[in-house]
Design a protein around this ligand. Structure first.
Ligand code: 5AD
Ligand code: SF4
Length: 549
């Protein structure tokens, strides 16, 4: 069956959706590699094809369905291939997916990924005939536990077994994700996550610090802590320990429970304390970030730790979702517009140089034009560096799909989406402009030969113009003519800029560093993964331009 040069079975793994999925895929990759699997970039030849799916929005799902169809064609052509669906779509659709897509051999929910190798092994040996051996899904068991301890938590082992080999295939990676909380207890009415990823489970702080230390020892420069509502991290010591006295992950409090102060004498690690511990105990970590924050309960204690610890990035991704109190209530977000604005005020009082980003949903059921305008005015009131803007899509398994008719027409959603993108573009430009003239540090991620790209674009422009002239066509009426002319003008007006090093500031602003001819002769590959000091010279809504200092 193998198509590679060795006998190791080959795997193609593609990831859809969020950072949580990216981390899951990374852990799966490490786990399968340690068992002798080899990863390849081509799904048409791999022995095992895995899709790690996302059901937060319909678009990502449709992409995954298309992929399943393509692998189905391989099977129809008589090729032997194991097809596995991982992640949220597998968890939500369960056995229904096997009926709709008979080419799928195995399903593995996001809470069961430690069982994936056994599923693959079984499918390879038996052809996956046994239905029960094709599924690893949590069902509703993840919400059955009423105890604080989530002790039988094998998934923790997957996080803990992460590969830390500084010479391994991922050694070039300088940024890493570390999970601190899995699942979610917030139940926003539009969101599928509490169903697919289950109850909120917090990892013991000792394991998290340990994982950060080992990643840094392996060469990682930047760590991003992950949780659906990362600031709601809270670990109560002494409640969940195994027989050997080791702390275990534990189920988190719900939204209401979070506000209750810990009882006298109870030892709790809050999110603020966790950040502080990582900052203190992993001193050679250069950048510590976290996503996603919940705009509620983002305490001053967190802001104070951020202000006191220079290597914690002053960047907060805290989705507002809407600017209308009625819609926020229908979404079950648990805060008002005024509370969101008060939170932003607190952030800038304590951290004047912080950047804020968010997510917005337009066209939530019953949203009126006036309510949409409240979202527009929220965007204008907060200096968001960016907002991811989504059109509401009803998701099976959510409260909103049962409670509300999806009554905002798609045309209206599209219009609101485009309007908001334009507003955000202005807001982003203003947020970026504040940095012009300042000195900042940038973690370099890649090199771009801007000159070569411009050169190619300019040549293409010239060819188009020449062709048009040769054919004596009416170039000025051509729909592309404006674009061509623009490229042409740019070429005449601007000198070639040569090589750029591209990275991000601590505030997550993408920065293109224009290198001089002299600098371009230096060891540029060596720049990748290092933090450099630059001066910001210019900006656009999405990008800072800079020079090395
Ligand atoms: N429709 C549209 N957007 C959604 N999101 C989550 N669920 C939906 C949905 N049903 C968006 C939210 C969330 C981001 C990850 O995806 O803005 O913050
Ligand atoms: Fe979904 Fe709300 Fe939980 Fe975020 S906080 S994962 S939007 S339920």
């Amino acid at each position: 069956m193998s198509s590679g040069t060795t006998d190791a079975p080959t795997v193609y793994l593609e990831t859809f959706g969020c950072q949580m999925n990216e981390l899951d895929s990374e852990l799966v990759r490490g786990h399968l590699r340690s068992l002798g699997y080899r990863f390849v970039d081509d799904f048409t030849t791999a022995d095992v094809v895995l899709y790690n799916t996302c059901s937060v929005r319909e678009q990502a799902e449709n992409k995954a369905y298309t992929r399943l169809g393509l692998v189905g064609l391989r099977k129809k052509a008589g090729q032997e291939v194991i097809l596995g669906v991982l992640g949220c779509m597998a968890e939500r659709d369960g056995a229904d997916m096997l009926k709709r897509f008979p080419q799928v051999d195995l399903l593995c929910g996001p809470g069961e990924l430690d069982r994936l190798p056994a599923l693959i092994d079984n499918a390879r040996r038996t052809g996956g005939a046994q239905r029960a051996e094709r599924l690893a899904l949590a069902g509703d068991k993840s919400r059955r536990s009423s105890t604080l301890a989530a002790a039988a938590d094998n998934l923790e082992l997957l996080d803990l077994s992460r590969a830390f080999d500084p010479t391994g295939p991922d050694a070039h990676r300088k940024s890493a994700y570390v999970r601190i909380t899995r699942g979610c207890n917030k139940f926003c009415t539009y969101c599928v996550v509490p169903n697919t990823r289950g109850a909120e489970v917090h990892r013991p702080p000792g394991s998290i610090v340990d994982e950060c230390r080992r990643l840094v020892d392996a060469g990682v420069v930047e760590i991003t802590l992950l949780g659906q509502t990362v600031n709601h991290y809270r670990y109560t010591h002494g409640l969940a320990v195994d027989d050997a006295g080791r702390e275990q992950p534990q189920v988190g409090p719900g939204l209401a429970g979070f506000r209750a102060a810990p009882a006298e004498g109870v030892n709790v690690t809050s999110f603020a304390r966790l950040l502080e511990r990582i900052h203190e105990e992993v001193p050679s970590l250069q950048r510590l970030r976290f996503v996603t924050s919940y705009p509620r309960d983002f305490g001053d204690d967190i802001l104070e730790v951020m202000a006191a610890c220079p290597r914690i990035c002053r960047y907060i991704h805290a989705p507002a979702q809407s600017g209308s109190n009625r819609i926020l209530k229908a979404m079950n977000r648990g805060y008002t517009r005024e509370e969101y604005l008060a939170f932003v005020d607190r952030v800038f009082k304590k951290l004047p140089d912080c950047t804020i980003a968010g997510d917005i949903i337009v066209g939530f059921p019953t949203e009126t034009d006036a309510e949409f305008e409240e979202t527009v005015s929220l965007l204008r009131a907060v200096p968001f560096k960016n907002n991811y803007i989504f059109k509401y899509s009803p998701r099976p398994g959510t409260v909103a799909i049962d409670r509300f008719k999806d009554d905002v027409p798609n045309e209206v959603k599209k219009l609101r989406n485009n309007l908001l993108l334009n507003v955000q573009s202005e807001v982003s430009r203003a947020a970026h402009e504040q940095w012009v003239g300042k000195r900042v540090s940038v973690l370099v991620e890649e090199l771009r030969d801007h000159g070569a790209r411009e050169e190619r674009a300019a040549e293409a422009t010239e060819r188009s113009l020449e062709n048009a002239r040769a054919k004596n066509s009416a170039i000025l009426t051509h729909p592309e003519s404006k674009k061509i002319q623009l490229l042409w003008d740019r070429r005449q007006g601007s000198p070639r800029t040569g090589v750029q090093a591209v990275g991000r500031t601590a505030g997550d602003l993408v920065t293109a560093i224009n290198l001089t001819a002299e600098q371009a002769k230096l060891d540029l590959q060596g720049l990748i993964g290092t933090v450099v000091e630059v001066e910001i010279t210019n900006c656009s809504p999405m990008l800072l331009q800079a020079q090395l200092k």
